[in-house]
Design a protein around this ligand. Sequence first.
Ligand SMILES: Cc1cc2nc3c(=O)[nH]c(=O)nc-3n(C[C@H](O)[C@H](O)[C@H](O)COP(=O)(O)OP(=O)(O)OC[C@H]3O[C@@H](n4cnc5c(N)ncnc54)[C@H](O)[C@@H]3O)c2cc1C
Length: 431
Amino acid sequence: MPTTAISLPPTPKRAHYDAIIVGARCAGASTALLLARAGLRVLAIERRPYGSDTLSTHALMRPAVLQLSRWGLLKPLLKTGTPLIETTTFHYGDEEITIPLNGGPGLPGLIAPRRTVLDRMLVDAARKAGAEFLHDVAVGDLFADTRGRVRGVETRGAGRAPLRVSADVVIGADGIGSLVAKCCDAQVLRSGTVSAAHVYGYAPVEPGAGYHWYFRDGIAGSLIPTNEGLACIVASVPTKLFDERFRLGHGRARMEVLEALSPALAEKASRAPKDARLQAFRGVPGYIRHAHGPGWALVGDAGFFRDPITSHGIADALRDAESLARAILAGSEAAFATWQQERDLFAHQVLDTTDAIADFDWSLADIGERHRRFSAVMKAEVQALAAHPMPVRRALSAMSGLTAYRAPAKEDEPPAMAGSSLYRNRTGARP
Ligand SMILES: Cc1cc2nc3c(=O)[nH]c(=O)nc-3n(C[C@H](O)[C@H](O)[C@H](O)COP(=O)(O)OP(=O)(O)OC[C@H]3O[C@@H](n4cnc5c(N)ncnc54)[C@H](O)[C@@H]3O)c2cc1C
């Protein structure tokens, strides 16, 4: 995998930005990319190192690949050696259904890039567009004015003094444990009731392999070709079963699940080096959080989480990043409300259809129908994405009477630094 040496600035170049984004993976880096391309001054802060890995099984669905194609990143991702996936096969017990994936010029197939490749490419593209990134720096708190409007963040980094940076809007792209959501008391609008565990590792796979999704009563699995000639091979079970069966060792329990799904899949998994590490995610029920308030917004998993079993989290993150960028550029509270309505429209459908699969309360006779319902949601999503204009540059928006988002001026309280309060005093939240 090619690496690019990038020198990162140790501290922000400015004291004030149009937007500060907490978290710089698929939601945060995408939002930074789109806002920077539109001419805004953007700072993204990420506590993990540049190019680092994270929990993910990598499979991108149609809406995500369409977004990357629209943003000019699909070809560069293919150039890194990310294989183009041209078929997807559902294994329902012993029955196999293979579907070709070519959906036209914008969608030649699907891809499953490693997060070390995808997240880094989004960061690089956003930097190229002018966004600033601080890696290895955590946001420790937000600060607000006396009316409670978020005015900026306080950073913490190893060997660095805490630093306050202000912005017109602070965007929480900080994942499941979102500090921004905690600080802003973002209301949970809906909580899912089911969760599944996913245990995965990597093994060599033949070139040209497609996606494979396996289902038998009470268990599921997948084979997802990714970079470097490897496939991510996943065993998925209800969290309750994970707690019972995986307690004594992930390796053996995963192999038992893969063997039960398909001996051929287990054989492929056994080609991994003996000392290869496995990754495990115990599962978290889905949720939808209120996504915006005075001076703040949430995007990606920070605002909406669904079980990974439908491989749709990255698609949600990219879709919501684009519509949030549009709302920020439109520059009104009404635009944020419309953005959330759009997000919720898809979030509820994605959560409904994902939980209908993650609940494992299906039989081989009806799981196919649940997949068709999920696929219909993605079809509607792709149509909606294709119909939307890209977020416009400031010069163009000014011509059309729109202006970039600005926090309302406060006559009684100029710069946010003065008279502002730290949220942790109120919430006790920690990064
Ligand atoms: C096991 C597993 C498998 C998955 N497989 C798939 C799949 O195959 N396909 C798919 O589409 N989706 C998949 N997903 C879902 C997908 O990974 C997420 O939806 C996606 O990563 C969300 O992106 P995000 O940018 O919102 O959040 P994240 O990727 O979680 O990134 C949030 C970032 O914020 C940073 N951060 C948090 N707090 C702070 C702070 N205080 N200061 C600075 N930085 C901070 C974190 O370090 C992190 O890097 C999977 C998820 C899991 C758990």
